[in-house]
Structures are given as C-alpha cells and as structure tokens.
Write a protein that binds this ligand. Structure first.
Ligand code: PFF
Length: 476
C-alpha cells in the first residue's frame, strides 16, 4: 500500500536538503527493509553453528520461545518509539522525555552500531572472499585436511581481508548514500526476495542428498538432555541479535514510516520471516553436513571450514557453494545498511550534517575502526598479540568489540527501551502508536504485548546480563 504521494519528496534529490527526511514509500518496502535487517549473519552463520553446538532440536525450541516472548515484544517497543519520534534514536528519547538522561540509551545504540559494523563488515568480507574463490577456482582444494588451515591462513593476512572488508563497507555506504527510498527500500525490494529464492533452492539440494535424514532428525527431534542454563541464555542473546533489537536500528527504520502502518503486524511478519530463514538455513546446512559425515558442532568455522568440504565433494558443489556465499553476502549487506543507518540518521537529524557527507564520514570512520578489528581476529594476526583487559580477563580487539556490543550493549539497549516504555511513556500513547491510524487500540494482542514488554522482556534481558557478567568473571 503506497502512502498518499510517495514521490512528493522525490524531486531534485531533496534527501540531501536539510530538514526533509526521507521516507519509505510503501508498507511493503518498510517490511522488506526490516526483514533485510533482521535476516543476516545471525541467521545463516550464527544460528546454525550455535544450534549445532547446543544439540539441535531442543535448542531450537527454546530459541523460538525467546523470539516470541522476549525479542518480538522488544522489537515492537523500538518500532513504536521510532515512529512516534520521527527522528534519530537519540532525538526520540529527547522528544518524548525532554530534560531527562534517557537519550543516553539512544547514544549507546549509535555507538553500538558503530562497533558492531566494524567487525560485522570483516566477516561479510570473508563471505565475499569465499564467493569469489568459488567463481575463480572452485572449492576443489578444500579437503578435510586443508580446509581449516586455508581459512586460518586467510584471516590472518595483513592486507587481503581488509580489502574485502573495504568492499563490503563501500557497497553498504553506496546504498545508504542513495537515501531511504531510493537506496535502502529499493535494495531491499530486490535483494530480500532473491535471498528467499536462493535459500529455497539450497534447501532442495540439501534434503535430496542421500543420507540427509540424519540432519533433519538432528534439527527436529529434540533431545532435552543436551540443554543447560547456558543454552537458554545463548538462545536469548541470539534472539536479540537476529531480530536487530537493542541498538535503535529498527527504531531508526520505523522513524521513516507513515502513520497508516500497523506496526504490530509488521513486527510479527518480520519475526516470522526471520525465524523461517534461520530454520531454512539449518535445513540447507545440517542434512548436507550429516550426508557427508561431518561435525555439526564445529563452531564459528561451520560455514567457512566445514561447508567448503561439502562443496568440494557434492554434485554441482561449485555452483551450490557460490550461490550459498552469495546468499549470505546479500543477507549481510541488507543488515549492514540497517546497522549504519542509525549513525547516519543521527548525524543528519541531530547534528544537521548533509546526508551525503554524513554517509561518507560514517563509512570512513567505521572502516577505520574495522581495520584493527580485522587485524586482531586470531592470535596469529598482526595485532593478535595485543590483549585488552576486560572483567579480570583479557580479549583481542576483535573479540572485545564483538563481546561488548552483542553481549552488553544490545541487551542493555533493549532493556533501556522497555524500561522507558514502563517509566517514561504513556501506555495509551504506545498502544495507539503500534496500532497506527486505522488500527484497533482495544485489541487483546496489543494489551498482551504491552504487558509482556514491561515484565517478561526486561526480566529475560536481566537474566542474560547477569549470566554474561558472572560468566566473564568466572573465566577471568
Ligand atoms: N539481525 C542481524 C543478523 O541477524 O545478522 C544483525 C543485526 C542487525 C544486529 C542490526 C543488530 C542490528 F541493529
């Protein structure tokens, strides 16, 4: 459904004129952009390997529960705040509760975006490299013996990974540079459906391999004996990360949406698609892993070390491998734009920087932080020997950025947004914002959402944080 006159703001590139904010031209465009943000490395890289490490089906069940009762309500909190504010995350807190320190929650989100993107773009660069390997040489040399060391040797190189990271950041910046409608919305409209098609083809290839049943059983027959407290907390953390909740990315996207959109429906659709992609990624990966008698619990190397061994052996493996890494790259790209947009929106809305200049400076700054991140991935990396003290232990720079942003800043940001809803905003205003101009504010679902968002969601987040801190102290 298009808004009244989607092209009013379209003449002579006014997104670069100050005070004219861009806008999603349609509800579908907004939904696809939000799905593009949610579906990313979290679904196709993290979800399969974390599921693999936590025993499969039983973990998936807790993950689904966490999406429904913890992450989805928090997503809707962000959506409602963002559309109400119609400005950056920081500006939104200031607008609703002027003269209070709540805006610091928005500032933490902008910083988190900066930090997450600097290492996320490094991993996106590896994905790009693996796609190009497939195109140029194929995966023939990625044997059981060589695959791990080939990956290890690549990520510690001083130049090549940075070049790939630079390309990933450049593509992200180009899309952001073009604006909300012409950049983010247009890219999402093409890339997200394309992602869906490739994923389905990969699922068909994987489940038709001889011996695939064992992988399906691993995913769908729960064995609860494999679960422990950590599995539960892993599931909560992953649920936040995968739905892009906690740093104001979804808040920023929603600030570009018209009042006619029912945010509750969109949030539900985003959660359903996001979860669907995670499950389908598992179905694209585990049956193939089992069919070739490989290890499902090989950790972060699952897609870079284990899968190329499969592509080296399976019929049409080269083509499947290229398609697979292309799929992940698209997913990463549409997430990267959503991680960068809050930084750019903040520069434009709060500091009055022109959008094009804001994009260029944010892109360069994030890339510069990304360079030491990329050079500190492994102990053998150029900066891998430098350890930064953290909670009694010490971390490499890459791990520090990852841990601080994902395990602390995102949960704290989401907790802050839920508490803001409870303490600083009015229940009626929040529910009316979610329903939009045509929606029913008396709906039981919306009452349930509000109740959840001010009780179960913050409690779940607190449990995650306490566990994280105790775990770090214990390790230190
Ligand atoms: N949801 C993305 C993924 O699953 O890869 C990652 C992400 C995007 C996290 C945007 C946070 C965010 F604000």
């Amino acid at each position: 459904m298009a808004d009244g006159n989607p092209h009013l703001h379209d003449q002579s590139d006014p997104i670069d004129e100050q005070h004219v904010r861009g806008k999603f031209a349609s509800r579908l465009g907004f939904m696809l952009a939000a799905v593009g943000s949610a579906v990313g490395l979290g679904n196709i890289w993290k979800f399969p390997y974390i599921t693999g490490e936590n025993g499969g089906a039983a973990f998936i069940l807790i993950y689904l529960a966490c999406i429904a009762v913890v992450a989805l309500p928090a997503l809707l909190v962000e959506f409602s705040l963002g559309r109400h504010g119609q400005t950056s995350a920081i500006g939104t807190y200031r607008k609703i509760a002027p003269g209070t320190p709540w805006w610091l929650n928005g500032l933490m989100g902008v910083l988190a975006g900066f930090i997450i993107l600097s290492f996320y773009s490094a991993v996106a660069g590896w994905v790009l490299k693996y796609m190009i390997v497939g195109i140029v040489d194929g995966y023939g040399t990625y044997t059981k013996e060589a695959s791990g060391s080939t990956f290890g040797a690549f990520i510690v190189q001083p130049v090549a990974p940075i070049v790939y990271q630079f390309i990933a950041m450049l593509l992200t910046s180009v899309i952001i540079y073009a604006g909300i409608e012409k950049g983010i919305e247009r890219a999402s409209k093409y890339l997200v459906p394309l992602l869906g098609v490739i994923l389905i083809l990969l699922v068909v290839r994987s489940v038709t391999l001889p011996g695939a049943e064992a992988g399906l059983a691993f995913m769908f027959k729960p064995d609860f004996s494999k679960l422990n407290a950590t599995s539960f907390l892993n599931a909560v953390g992953l649920a936040f990360f995968t739905l892009s909740v906690g740093m104001g990315a979804m808040m920023t996207y929603a600030s570009y949406v018209g009042k006619e959109v029912h945010l509750g429906k969109t949030a539900l659709q985003v959660a359903v698609f996001d979860t669907g992609v995670a499950i389908l990624s598992g179905i694209a990966i585990f049956p193939a892993v089992f069919a070739f008698d490989l290890e499902p619990s090989s950790g972060p190397g699952l897609i870079f070390i284990t899968l190329p061994q499969i592509f080296a052996q399976m019929p049409m493996g080269r083509l499947v491998g290229i398609a697979f890494f292309f799929l992940i790259f698209i997913a990463a790209l549409t997430s990267m734009i959503s991680i960068m947009e809050p930084v750019v929106t903040w520069l434009v809305d709060d500091l009055n920087v022109r959008r094009h200049l804001a994009t260029a400076s944010a892109g360069v700054a994030i890339f510069l932080v990304g360079v030491p991140a990329c050079l500190s991935v492994d102990d053998a990396s150029v900066l891998g020997g430098i350890k930064i003290p953290f909670f009694g232990g010490s971390l490499k720079f890459f791990d520090l950025l990852d841990t601080v942003s994902q395990n602390f800043m995102l949960p704290l940001g989401a907790l802050g947004a839920c508490l803001f809803l409870l303490l600083a905003w009015k229940r009626g205003a929040a529910i009316a914002e979610v329903a939009g101009t045509g929606g029913n504010t008396n709906s039981g679902m919306l009452q349930l959402w509000y109740w959840c968002a001010v009780t179960i969601t913050p409690l779940g987040i607190l449990a995650l944080l306490v566990h994280g801190v105790l775990g770090m102290i214990g390790k230190g």
